[in-house]
Design a binder for this molecule. Structure first.
Ligand code: ATP
Ligand code: ATP
Ligand code: MG
Ligand code: MG
Lengths: 226, 226
């Protein structure tokens, strides 16, 4: 479903560029569920942002379902992304002035889903992550792990074809984290392609393939196909 | 070093109060290193905020080194806290417009430490968490785990007597997380009292005692003294 070829990404800094990705190439197949692991600072979020069309490669090519998306404009990328991608951000990025329910409704609103259906779909996602009793709360009235779960619910709102989750269980106890993984597996069984950044073996052991990054390049001999 | 007696905490909600803590009592001894575990939403951050004098109990008593601090004013609490407590927040709370180095300097500035010493102490803390090469960066130019480590460095800036860390390794790969734990152990060996909220056994296995919370009360039969 997606192919990266020699993807590089640099960030401009005051005196020099910092190369966060230095030539990453791999394929992801439709319906796969993979983990992305690697040390802090190795480039995982940077790579996920490119795959999720939140950012563009500095060099190299990215094809999504056969379409070269490497050099699309911001609005063109947004159109593809809103249709196809659900993203659970490492920093959640919830809107503080909206309720939990309204936060999950946002992607549905953009997609033109009518009010009543939007509310019921959002409420159903939130129940799936165990937050059915917090619908009216503001994000600041929730625990860290509850905010993380709202971010998961929002990523699932539009039934994405590609689910990208950046450390989705980092703030969750083992059991709640396992419930989120159950949910991801359920979606994967329905055909959703899933990529999870994680540092927890409890998560990576539940995926079929582990892609490892180190200092902006793939650690290819560490790649395991379970 | 600290004693909680029947501590309760409620948050006001639109129609009713929500009791996040419903009668928590325990002692922490000078120089102990303990884990605080429990399901997402069970009240761990709420409890840590009270212990760290960022918040007050709604009912019950909290004594810190023999002094009843349960009903102190905000400024009195701040005075004790700035002197004694280092806090690693679950959401980091870094100041986005200051550099990494300046962020770690903040507590030193409040304590009146002169400029040159402040900078060198802050730089030394950042080197200890592996970020010596990122001193001039803004927090938004760092990875999630790097931001987490800046929060750790800042908590250590003033050589606190009590170190409270809320999920300090949630965004760190196993090895970097272990390095942060080494640092905490080193401080504990020097006499610092340490309390760590965690959901990872790799962390809790390195502490001598695990305090478990469930729905705002202690799960006392689950208390292990290793
Ligand atoms: N400002 C608030 N207003 C209302 N309810 C709140 C507020 N802050 C927290 N809560 C609720 O209090 C309970 C405990 O929250 P707390 O943040 O202490 O949990 P936690 O154990 O740290 O969870 P996590 O492991 O997910 O971080 C949760 O149910 C949460 O929704
Ligand atoms: N806007 C930016 N400007 C400069 N450097 C950046 C920027 N964003 C990220 N970086 C750097 O790029 C590198 C990779 O960052 P990235 O966030 O992709 O890492 P990561 O693997 O997700 O780490 P973590 O596991 O800690 O979340 C890091 O060294 C980081 O400091
Ligand atoms: Mg990251
Ligand atoms: Mg918490």
């Amino acid at each position: 479903v997606l192919r990266l070829e020699e993807v590089h990404k640099s960030y401009p800094l005051e005196q020099e560029e910092f190369w966060a990705l230095k030539g990453v190439s791999f394929d992801l197949h439709e319906g796969e569920m993979v983990s992305l692991m690697g040390p802090s600072g190795s480039g995982k979020t940077t790579l996920m942002n490119i795959i999720g069309l939140l950012d563009r490669p500095t060099e190299g090519r990215y094809q999504l379902r056969g379409q070269d998306v490497s050099r699309l404009s911001e609005s063109a990328r947004a159109a593809v992304r809103n249709r196809m991608v659900g993203f659970v951000f490492q920093a959640f990025h919830l809107l503080p002035r909206l309720s939990v329910l309204e936060n999950v409704e946002v992607p549905l609103t953009y997609a033109g889903v009518p009010g009543r259906e939007r509310r019921s779909r959002a409420a159903e996602r939130l129940e799936k992550v165990g937050l059915g009793d917090k619908l009216g709360h503001r994000p600041t009235q929730l625990s860290g792990g509850q905010q993380q779960r709202v971010a998961v619910a929002r990523a699932l709102a539009l039934n994405p074809a590609l689910l990208l989750a950046d450390e989705p269980t980092g703030n969750l106890d083992t059991r709640t984290g396992a419930e989120i993984l159950d949910l991801f597996e359920e979606l994967n069984n329905e055909g959703v392609t899933v990529m999870i950044v994680t540092h927890e073996s409890a998560v990576s052991e539940r995926t079929r393939r582990i892609i490892r990054l180190r200092d902006g390049v793939l650690d290819s001999h560490a790649r395991e196909v379970a």
